[in-house]
Design a protein around this ligand. Structure first.
Ligand code: HEC
Ligand code: HEC
Length: 193
């Protein structure tokens, strides 16, 4: 009877280990994304307005950014060390995880009419919507801009201009072709969408 009990306990332990195997690998994604909430927000709303919304962002775009931070093609003191140990599969899974969350509403106001007009004129001359799409919702590796934080949008467009953000030379050219004044109007307009 004693042996039988030991066998049962052993069997229980082995079964328990098998059962735990899949939840623990699922948990490792949960653990990896836990650190993100500190800055990108528990509810998807970043506390610091220079930090972008990543909830509901396009999966392909999130993946490319994580990859570029890891390669050092997109430089950022905060993000680079965070992604340093991630493998491609981690980054694909993380991108999918955040893409499936709902886009949060930061309730940013619509700008006054003259600012909107300025933004639309700049938009028409470049044709932002040919890539970012009609509602600025983005697709695949092109990011959603609608409702993104105004401060972040202004910062990252300025970074493209100076090449502090050098991971997409095409966007740098487009931003250099747009005046800082127009970019400021665009940031307000896009944030208010
Ligand atoms: C300590 C704060 C902090 C933490 C923690 C953090 N981030 Fe970030 N993240 C930032 C900042 C700041 C930026 C903006 C960088 C810039 O201005 O170029 C950013 C940018 C990003 C971007 C680019 C978004 C865009 O619109 O271009 C992605 C994607 C991202 N983070 C994903 C993550 C993920 C995934 C995690 C967790 C594994 C994470 N971040 C953890 C601060 C943080
Ligand atoms: C030819 C296609 C194309 C056009 C036109 C275009 N974009 Fe982009 N844009 C992109 C792509 C692709 C990215 C992602 C770059 C990357 O991977 O870092 C991007 C990124 C951005 C980002 C960064 C978003 C973030 O979350 O960090 C902003 C802001 C932006 N574009 C604004 C604009 C504005 C404003 C216009 C018009 C004046 C415009 N874009 C025109 C393709 C385009």
């Amino acid at each position: 009877m004693g042996d039988n009990l030991i066998l049962k306990i052993l069997a229980g332990m082995i079964f328990g280990t098998l059962l735990c195997a899949s939840p623990s690998s699922a948990q490792s994604l949960a653990e990896k994304v836990e650190v993100c909430t500190g800055c990108h927000g528990q509810d998807g709303k970043p506390a610091d307005k220079t930090i972008p919304i990543i909830w509901g962002q396009q999966a392909g775009y999130i993946y490319i950014q994580l990859r570029d931070f890891k390669r050092g093609d997109r430089k950022n003191e905060t993000m680079q060390p965070i992604v340093a140990t991630f493998e491609k599969n981690d980054m694909l899974a993380i991108a999918e995880y955040f893409a499936q969350k709902p886009w949060p509403n930061l309730n940013q106001p619509r700008p006054p009419k003259d600012v909107t007009q300025k933004a639309l004129t700049a938009e028409h001359s470049v044709g932002c919507t040919s890539c970012h799409l009609e509602q600025f919702q983005g697709a695949s590796t092109v990011p959603r801009l609608a409702g993104q934080s105004e401060e972040y949008l202004a910062k990252t467009m300025a970074d493209f201009r100076t090449r502090a953000r050098g991971n997409n030379p095409g966007m740098t050219d487009l931003m250099l072709a747009t005046s800082p004044d127009d970019l400021s109007a665009l940031a307000q307009f896009l944030a208010g969408l």
